[in-house]
Design a protein around this ligand. Structure first.
Ligand SMILES: Nc1ncnc2c1ncn2[C@@H]1O[C@H](COP(=O)(O)OP(=O)(O)OP(=O)(O)O)[C@@H](O)[C@H]1O
Length: 544
């Protein structure tokens, strides 16, 4: 008779490894020793020494393993930048199938309760309260205040982390209209907040917004909205690339209006929240739900909607938004909207919505130039000195380098600044031009990744001798169309932009046109050596 399988034991968190017979914690230490070594090769010794090499196994069961970092910042950094490597190598060396879930956490004190408890642990005694979160569990349970605080789950993406501050703000606003309290905030939100010192709502003020040629119009408009009781332009749309300061200005308006006249009702909501609230009110089915939704948006003096482009392919929500705007504007209430592109370029937005959005005032925030980036950097340094590190010193040549090198958005600049400062503060090293170069060389700020569509279009237009505006024109003559295809090809190859996004930046072309261009240039490069060397020449110039 076949032996009865003891599923209770095998599915228990303390079950020994089926293959090696090792206890979960023992096997986790062994696996980590291998992963630790391989990470040196995978990430390079410098990165490993500064980040992943500072992890250690603090707890493990048959389903999951908890790796602890010495500080919250290091845990966040690993989670956002190196987690995939850790996870991949862990899966390679852990013989458990499916591989155990990895959680990165930071201790609340040097000797974490879980570590000390593990030391005193009685063989065979389960430590239920010190288990790493189970598979699929969300962030750490706030009641487990003796546990290392998990900064995030395995499902968070880098992009979502970058946006977390802002989303946290928008979500809180939408869930409740109370200013940033702790209510409802997740453990991760708490981490993000601690990392930045203040909530976005507190940081995003007019005073903290650095004004320069690329944003002065938008700033002036926002200030005017905040200072007038009667709208002068309505609706107002601010548009510009991601991370360029739109949300900052929206919050600045909200803050300023509330500070100057607490009786004025201001509501700031993301269009994603708008859609969700609208859909759930409709699903709720009752008239009351729908009426409650409508009045929550219409009983305000100033309605501010962020990321309006999100609503593009949702016809029902678009219609509702349009009615909301018409109703508010009709009653003389101010409407302020932000989107990542001009309303006319919001694909799948209805013509009525587009034309209504353009009927008030549309103003663009342009890319930050070097001078503005330098001034934003100076402001960041000043704030850091005021709030956390009075002796922070960054030599001028290092500042110049940072402002010149991070030629993307203020958000990227802020991220790079945080990285440089945190590394210096945590490792106790001074900030110099060399340390900045080293920090940035390990990161997403490496030159090739920061190439913009605009730069590529310019470089290709120059090489092939066509006008820059032919990149977006409808002209189809081969001597124009071919360089345009080259530029599309290089955008796909050298940036992280999607095919639809690239198409949009080439005069609103379809993604299939971009796909065709990529294939065509690829095959021409293989067939025609002169053409190939011209494309290589542009590529080399761009990569600098
Ligand atoms: N002119 C500026 N002065 C100071 N800080 C700025 C400025 N512009 C942007 N920032 C900072 O850059 C970060 C990103 O800005 P913000 O979230 O407002 O971008 P966004 O345009 O709303 O991006 P998205 O399109 O992704 O929503 C914020 O921390 C903001 O404070």
């Amino acid at each position: 008779m076949p032996k009865k399988r003891n599923t209770d034991i095998l599915s228990s968190p303390d079950a020994p490894n089926m293959f090696t017979g090792e206890a979960p914690l023992e096997s986790a230490h062994k696996v980590w020793a291998k992963v630790d070594k391989e990470l040196i090769y995978a990430l390079g010794p410098n990165v490993h020494r500064s980040w992943t090499g500072r992890l250690s196994v603090s707890d493990a069961c048959a389903f999951s393993v908890n790796l602890t970092a010495p500080t919250r910042f290091i845990a966040s950094k690993i989670e956002t930048q190196y987690f995939d490597d850790v996870q991949r190598l862990w899966a390679k060396h852990d013989v458990v199938a499916p591989p155990r879930q990895i959680t990165i956490s930071r201790p609340v004190s040097h000797m974490t309760p879980s570590a000390s408890s593990l030391k005193n642990r009685q063989p065979g005694k389960a430590l239920a309260s010190h288990r790493p979160p189970a598979l699929g569990a969300s962030k750490i349970d706030a009641s487990e205040n003796t546990q290392p605080k998990a900064t995030t789950t395995r499902y968070r993406t880098k992009a979502s982390f970058e946006r977390s501050d802002r989303e946290m703000a928008l979500n809180n606003t939408a869930v409740s209209d109370t200013p940033f309290g702790d209510t409802g905030a997740s453990a991760f939100d708490g981490t993000a907040r601690a990392r930045m010192g203040e909530s976005p709502r507190q940081r995003f003020t007019f005073d903290n917004f650095v004004v320069g040629a690329p944003n002065e119009f938008a700033f002036a408009v926002a200030r005017q909205i905040a200072s007038l009781d009667e709208p002068q332009y309505n609706p107002v749309v601010l548009h510009g690339a991601n991370g360029i300061g739109k949300t900052h200005l929206l919050y600045a308006v909200q803050n300023a209006v509330e500070a100057s006249d607490p009786t004025r009702r201001v509501k700031l909501i993301s269009s994603e929240k708008f859609v969700n609230a609208f859909v759930s009110s409709v699903r709720g089915g009752g008239r009351d739900e729908i009426e409650a939704f409508k009045s929550s948006l219409r009983d305000v003096d100033v309605l501010i909607i962020d990321d309006a482009h999100f609503i593009a392919d949702k016809p029902g929500s678009q219609e509702e938004l349009l009615h909301t705007l018409i109703s508010l504007v009709g009653e003389g209430r101010q409407v302020l909207i932000a989107a990542d592109r001009h309303p006319d370029l919001i694909e799948k937005a209805s013509d009525r919505l587009k034309s209504y959005l353009c009927s008030g005032l549309v103003c663009k925030i342009s890319a930050a130039d070097y001078e503005l980036r330098l001034r934003i950097l100076d402001r960041l340094i000043a704030r850091r000195r005021e709030t956390a590190n009075a002796t922070l010193a960054i030599p001028q040549n290092a500042r110049d380098h940072l402002a010149a090198r991070i030629n993307a958005t203020p958000r990227d600049l802020e991220g790079a600044f945080n990285q440089v400062v945190a590394q210096s503060e945590l490792l106790g090293t001074p900030i110099t031009l060399e340390t900045i170069q080293e920090t940035l060389s390990d990161s997403r700020y490496s030159k090739g990744m920061r190439l913009t569509v605009d730069k590529i279009q310019r470089a290709v237009a120059e090489e092939f001798g066509i006008a820059l505006n032919d990149m977006t024109s409808k002209r189809r003559a081969r001597d124009i169309a071919r360089p345009r295809q080259v530029a599309m090809y290089l955008c796909k190859k050298l940036t992280k932009r999607s095919l639809p996004d690239i198409g949009r930046r080439f005069g609103g072309r379809d993604h299939t046109t971009v796909m065709h261009a990529v294939k065509r240039v690829d095959s021409l490069r293989a067939e025609d050596s002169v053409f190939n060397s011209r494309v290589s020449a542009v590529e080399t110039t761009l990569k600098g």
